[in-house]
Design a protein around this ligand. Structure first.
Ligand code: TRP
Length: 332
């Protein structure tokens, strides 16, 4: 039976707290599916969080179990996927130090997020560690021999950089063999989820509907959402295609999409009524996730144990990869 090997999928998230419905529909539902179709590895990228958040270690520490509780509540299956802590796998850091010997600084400087994030967050984050962010990310993937990496569009440049490093490593040390494999990004098919103000949903814009919000807060946030600015009152014809709220109906209840679009266009459906109905539908959609989240929060020790077991499992794989790398570099 079987014989067909499942692809190895690896992805990670920085523990910064405040996972929102954009994470749920864009990332976590996909991760949950990979639990069935792939050999999946999901990492708490706490070291990556330090590259920009090094002044607030307590926030990073507080976010990690909570973030995993949300993953589990969203359907990521810990009996099928390996969930682990980046800083608990020292092989990742050791690999980074080895690969750093052959990575030109100019390659790192030209990754667009480097200058982009410094412009956005200030020169204080222009550290040695932050410059190495995409190299650390490649090492995350390489130590588990990740083949596919589900990520957002903003991460594609990191993967492209990582693939170049792999090619250079194999060229320099492989002696005709591929010691490391080139990881492929897999883009989520979901469009970006918009926040209450119509910009990309993001905790830092303060426009996010959080998975962990209570129902009342969710309703309040939905009521504050921007809609078509030309639709002032009920009766005015609306344009669902430019309405951030309408875009969310597709996830929450696809069966309602056509009727909402038609009645919004005709003017029959007013934004106030639409928001009331949508808030109810969203709360209903999130209810089972929130119930599971509450259960995982009560069982923090169970969550910690899942992370510890996953981390030990990854260490076993990573030490083998590191040995191959050291042999190729004639260190062993
Ligand atoms: N940099 C990724 C992000 O900000 C998080 C991440 C860390 C990651 N390590 C990874 C994603 C490895 C994929 C693979 O979204």
């Amino acid at each position: 039976m079987s014989g067909i090997r499942k692809p190895r999928v690896m992805s990670g998230m920085r523990p910064t707290g405040g996972l929102h419905i954009g994470h749920l529909v864009g990332v976590l539902t996909q991760w949950a599916q990979y639990c069935e179709t792939a050999e999946a590895f999901f990492e708490i990228a706490d070291l990556h969080a330090y590259t920009t958040g090094f002044k607030d270690p307590q926030a990073i520490r507080a976010a990690r179990e909570e973030m995993v509780a949300v993953w589990l509540a969203a359907g990521v299956d810990p009996t099928k996927a390996t969930i682990y802590l980046q800083s608990g796998v020292p092989e990742i850091g050791e690999l980074e130090a080895l690969l750093a010997m052959m990575v030109p600084v100019s390659w790192l400087e030209r990754v667009p997020t480097y200058k982009g994030q410094i412009d956005a967050l200030g020169g204080e984050i222009a550290t040695y560690g932050f410059l190495g962010y995409p190299l650390l990310q490649l090492c995350d993937i390489a130590v588990v021999r990740g083949e596919r990496v589900p990520v957002g569009r903003d991460q594609v440049a990191h993967l492209e950089f990582g693939r170049e490093v792999v090619r250079r490593f194999n060229f320099l040390y492989g002696e005709g063999r591929d010691v490391l494999i080139e990881p492929q990004p897999t883009l989520s098919e979901f469009p970006e989820v918009l926040g209450t103000d119509g910009r990309k949903m993001s905790k830092s814009y303060d426009n996010a509907i959080l998975i962990a919000d209570d129902e009342e807060t969710t309703t309040k946030k939905v009521r504050s959402m921007v809609t078509d600015p030309q639709k002032i009152r009920r009766g005015d014809p609306g344009r669902p295609e430019i309405c951030p709220l309408f875009a969310l109906w597709k996830f929450v209840n696809p069966l309602r999409v056509d009727i909402v679009a038609a009645t919004c266009r005709s003017g029959e459906l007013g934004c106030v009524q639409d928001k009331t109905e949508f808030a109810d539908a969203l709360n209903e959609y999130l209810r089972p996730v929130r119930e599971r989240l509450a259960a995982y929060r009560r069982d923090r020790a169970g969550v910690t144990q899942i992370i510890e077991e996953g981390t030990q499992h990854v260490r076993g794989i990573a030490s083998g990869v590191l040995r191959d790398v050291k042999r190729a570099m004639k260190l062993l």
